[in-house]
Ligand binder design. Structure first.
Ligand SMILES: Cc1cc2nc3c(=O)[nH]c(=O)nc-3n(C[C@H](O)[C@H](O)[C@H](O)COP(=O)(O)O)c2cc1C
Length: 739
């Protein structure tokens, strides 16, 4: 899926500087089988981005590189568009992940065409320049090969010759059929979880604009339409024609409604900051706006409280991001030269003098290396390089995103609900269960003592846990269950495929066996209670992991951009004659810095806080601690299994295996056992364990429905989590059905 390089390669950024056709070598002719068939139906999109109530960073060639996007997100942008990159530039790129920084690069001939980071993945829109459906198809396949972006956008607004000369950009506005076919090709190429969007300019007349918009929306291919309220011939200094947008918004809404969809229109043009957005929304009827030049001058323009100082805050942060994430120095210098160094900004009473600002600008223009640039701002380069990207460099951004997610989920965010909305859990129709009577599905009475929980635990979990606890000594296979997942169809001609395998139950989140405790179970972390979320393990390199995270079921997608897949567990407990069929969503927690980590719903899956820890301003649940605890408990054989080559790949000694004894050195050119971490006997074992730890991932199943068939007393009960609630803390209903 991805190639990981540990050797730094000198790369030169072209994406940021120009991606026009002149710069890009011609591609080999495409074969007939790669051609897009325009008659195919449009595949559906399962993306949960809504584009409503947001404020977005606009696509900007050269400016919209990784540091600009991360800063914009930190200061309040809900979604960020990357710079336009034309189809032929991205096609054929090699994808590389820097294991130290997590930065993903798309490289061609050692030139960086595009780069991104997993932390921005839920909010990142890749913008394509194309006027050829076949090339657009290949380009989108390239950029969506490994779940790096949340959406892909077609640029139909750029009036610059480098774009229009090949019929792309604003020229697409006068070739609507080609425009629509290109969007359809993008929809076919993108996985269902990745949205397709489009950015246009106004046509000279309103009638022509409405006709164009009509055609675009009716393709069924897009989830959102951005309108830059200028015509192709208008210069940036001419005021945007915002008064023309309302009619377009109404028109799009009415067609979308007839199609049974919602396709938000985003207003772009002369929105300068968060303060100007509400007036523009009122004028145009949109709920979301997009900023380009305001963010070029100061990426904190998305901040509701006003911009922060360029020389004192933004510029030094830009330099730190650039050093830590290895942004090409040429691009860093260019972007920094576009920042608006002003004597005083909001909240900056001690603004710098004009002379000091001039010195900073001079320093930036003269710097030739990151070291020289750092010197200008008194930054210690070595210190920045020695810091962990995940824990130190991205700390402010992570905290800002976490705070926004919390604000959104608690509904305190007024108008700015943010764009990343979970479309599931809208209904509050609580367990109507087909008109049948439902009961509180929590465990009651004395049995409750067996839970470690502060809060009542669901009855099904208590029955299951008791069954395991009382029979584990006699029923050796009691901890094995069948675990099924679904592989998404690879095309509209394909079907979803079920996959099932046996896995070992590694306990419920935050529970450990403890002979002294009531019920033999105690919380691992006493500040938290018990959770009905189940844990198992996997190797992060297996296809199963990609299947889980590429499903993007609505239910498994969170407001925080987290994502997982649907799964079902079938668990037969012979001793009690009970079968538990547990339907849930499944989430994968890999090691720090792994690209899939941003998809894990840390907050939502955290167990409830213990009553005596409620009032403390306590730490979040330590998921890495939980992951390490489970890793450390693996047996020596399993510990060793994670440092083999990827399971399922060809065996390196396959030629000699017929004559080899099972498990001897020829058939197993890797260790068969490894000691527990901390008990390594030599450096080699240490390295192997480190490798195992990297490939190890915790799998957490968040149940939402349990169908319990009890053959011993011939009963069947269905337990369901109340819609919209989290399994870790939510309420369950139960109802009896015919067994
Ligand atoms: C430096 C710069 C680069 C731009 N590059 C792109 C681009 O790659 N794709 C695109 O659709 N628009 C591009 N634009 C246009 C902007 O996205 C936006 O439509 C326009 O600037 C109007 O928004 P504003 O009034 O907020 O600046 C660019 C604008 C600027 C200033």
């Amino acid at each position: 899926m991805e190639s990981i390089s540990s050797t730094p390669v000198e790369v030169e950024a072209v994406a940021a500087d120009s991606t026009s056709y002149q710069d890009v070598a011609a591609l080999p002719a495409i074969t007939e089988s790669e051609r897009v068939d325009d008659l195919d139906p449009i595949p559906t999109c399962t993306s949960t981005l809504t584009y409503r109530n947001g404020i977005f960073l606009a696509p900007m060639v050269r400016i919209g590189t990784l540091p600009t996007r991360l800063l914009s997100l930190e200061y309040g942008a809900d979604l960020v568009w990357g710079p336009e990159i034309v189809d032929r530039a991205i096609i054929g790129c090699e994808r590389k992940v820097d294991p130290h920084t997590g930065v993903v690069e798309y490289l061609k001939d050692h030139k960086q065409i595009f780069s991104c980071h997993p932390i921005e993945r839920p909010y990142l829109v890749y913008q394509l320049g194309s006027s050829d459906p076949d090339l657009a198809f290949q380009a989108i396949r390239t950029i969506t090969q490994a779940d790096d972006v949340a959406a892909v956008d077609l640029n139909c607004g750029c009036p610059k010759p480098f774009s229009t000369h090949a019929g792309m950009g604003a020229n697409m506005l006068s070739t609507p059929k080609l425009l629509c076919n290109t969007l359809k090709a993008m929809r076919r190429a993108a996985p269902p979880s990745v949205a397709v969007t489009c950015k246009i300019r106004l046509l000279p007349t309103q009638k022509a604009t409405l006709e164009l918009v009509d055609k675009i929306v009716r393709t069924g291919a897009i989830e959102c339409l951005t309108v830059h309220c200028r015509t192709k011939d208008m210069r940036p200094r001419e005021p945007a024609l915002l008064h023309r947008l309302r009619e377009i918004v109404d028109h799009v809404n009415s067609i979308a409604e007839k199609m049974g969809r919602a396709i938000p229109v985003v207003c772009n043009g002369d929105v300068w900051d968060a303060a100007t957005a509400p007036k523009i929304k009122e004028l145009t009827g949109v709920t979301s706006t997009m900023i380009a030049r305001g963010a070029e001058a100061n990426p904190s323009c998305f901040r509701e409280e006003g911009n922060v100082s360029i020389p004192q805050v933004i510029a030094p942060k830009w330099v730190k991001y650039s050093i830590a994430l290895k942004n090409p120095i040429g691009n860093t210098k260019y972007c920094m030269s576009q920042l608006a160094f002003k004597p005083a900004e909001a909240g900056n009473v001690n603004g710098l003098s004009k002379r000091q600002l001039a010195a900073l600008r001079m320093g930036i223009s003269q710097a030739k290396t990151h070291e020289e640039l750092a010197n200008v701002f008194g930054i210690d380069v070595e210190q920045v390089r020695s810091q962990s990207v995940a824990e130190d460099i991205l700390k402010d951004l992570r905290e800002a995103l976490d705070a926004r997610i919390k604000r959104h989920s608690s509904g305190f965010d007024g108008q700015r609900l943010g764009a990343v909305i979970n479309n599931a859990s809208q209904s509050s129709d609580q367990g109507s269960a087909g008109g049948q009577q439902t009961n509180d599905g929590h465990a009651k009475g004395d049995n409750q003592k067996k839970a470690t929980s502060n809060s009542p635990q669901p009855e099904w979990k208590e029955i299951l846990a008791n069954g395991i606890g009382e029979n584990i000594k006699n029923e050796k296979s009691i901890l094995y269950y069948a675990f099924s997942t679904v592989e998404q169809p690879s095309s509209v001609h394909d079907a979803a495929k079920p996959h099932v395998r046996y896995v070992v139950h590694r306990g419920f989140v935050n529970e450990k066996r403890d002979g002294e405790a009531d019920g033999g179970i105690a919380p691992q972390n006493p500040s938290f209670g018990s959770s009905p979320c189940l844990m198992t393990t996997t190797d992060v390199r297996t296809p199963k992991v990609a299947q889980l995270t590429s499903q993007s079921s609505l239910r498994a997608s969170g407001q925080d951009g987290s994502r997982g897949g649907e799964c079902e567990i079938a668990w037969w407990i012979e001793s009690t004659q009970m079968q538990f069929r547990i339907s849930g969503t499944v989430h994968v927690l890999p090691t720090k810095d792994h690209p899939l980590r941003s998809l894990f719903p840390f907050e939502r899956l955290s167990p409830p806080r213990a009553p005596d820890a409620m009032d403390q301003d306590a730490e979040s649940f330590d998921w890495d601690g939980e992951r390490t605890r489970i890793f450390n408990k693996l047996n020596p054989g399993l510990l060793a299994s994670f440092c083999r080559p990827t399971p399922g790949t060809p065996h390196p000694n396959s030629q000699q295996l017929d004559s080899a004894k099972p498990k001897d050195d020829t058939s197993s050119p890797w260790p068969l056992e490894l000691p527990q971490p901390g008990k390594e006997e030599n450096d080699e074992q240490k390295k192997q364990l480190e490798q195992s730890e990297k490939n190890f991932a915790l799998v957490v199943v968040e149940p939402y429905k349990v169908d319990l068939v009890n053959l011993a007393d011939d009963t069947r009960t269905i337990y369901e989590l109340v819609e919209g609630e989290n399994a870790a803390t939510g309420t369950w209903t139960s109802r009896r059905v015919v067994p």
